[in-house]
Ligand binder design. Structure first.
Ligand SMILES: [Fe+2]
Length: 241
């Protein structure tokens, strides 16, 4: 073995041995500048406690959603059309985008619309299902208890990261669906009434691996008043995300 080779191996070994074992905290996402913005939370970060803790909400909203928005703004520098076209139209026609940005738009615009929906459909005091929406839940999903248990079961079946969702047609028909990663039902020309984020970043600090407990507790913070408005908007064909 050459001297240089020996020196290299020794240095590499020393480097490994001496490398400080420091876990570097995830740095905050740089402020997103550009056409895409993270919508402000409609409530304080601690409003959903004890079901969702304030730190989880802060990291989830500011950093995770912030990262999707920052990535979109980077893409929009060269491809501004992704910001000037409605998200539903962009996501339904991903194949028409240049190949080099298709995956980035799918993941980050999907993440942006999924999370923008998610913040809206939660509240500390969201009321109860009522009116047309309550009737549709009975008609299409077998009632509230069955909806809750089926949405949770779907959420448990999502392998890895994704979403458990209720979609709504312009005729007001409801259906349960799941999507992996940050895929959006907008990609299929559909609209989501509401849904739960089953990425670990949504629950891990408080629930660790207990996704079932998170899914169950989440029903305490569903904003039924907002869902009633989203249901009416879907039927009026003005539900944009
Ligand atoms: Fe999330």
């Amino acid at each position: 073995m050459s001297l240089n080779r020996r020196r290299f191996i020794a240095a590499a070994a020393a480097g490994i041995a001496l490398a400080p074992r420091i876990v570097v905290a995830q740095t905050a996402t740089p402020p997103a500048t550009g056409p895409f913005k993270v919508p402000p939370l409609p409530y304080p970060t601690n409003a959903l406690e004890p079901h969702i803790d304030a730190l989880t909400m802060e990291i989830h909203h500011d950093r995770h959603h912030g990262a999707y928005v920052a990535a979109l703004n980077n893409i929009a520098k060269d491809y501004p059309q992704i910001a000037t076209t409605a998200p539903g139209e962009v996501l339904a026609k991903l194949n028409e985008l240049p190949e080099q940005i298709r995956t980035g738009v799918r993941n980050n615009l999907g993440g942006h619309v999924n999370h923008s929906m998610f913040w809206q459909v939660m509240s500390a005091d969201g009321g109860k299902p009522s009116g047309d929406l309550a009737a549709a839940i009975d008609r299409d999903l077998g009632g509230l208890e069955k909806l809750q248990s089926d949405l949770n079961a779907n959420g448990l079946r999502v392998f890895g990261s994704g979403w458990t969702l209720v979609t709504v047609t312009r005729d007001g028909k409801l259906a349960l669906e799941t999507r992996p990663n940050q895929d959006s039902v907008l990609m299929d020309g559909k609209r989501v009434l509401f849904g739960n984020d089953v990425w670990e970043h949504a629950y891990y600090l408080h629930y660790q691996n207990r996704r079932a407990d998170y899914l169950k507790a989440w029903w305490n913070v569903v904003n039924w008043n907002a869902l009633g408005e989203r249901y009416a908007a879907a039927k009026a064909v003005i539900l944009d995300i």
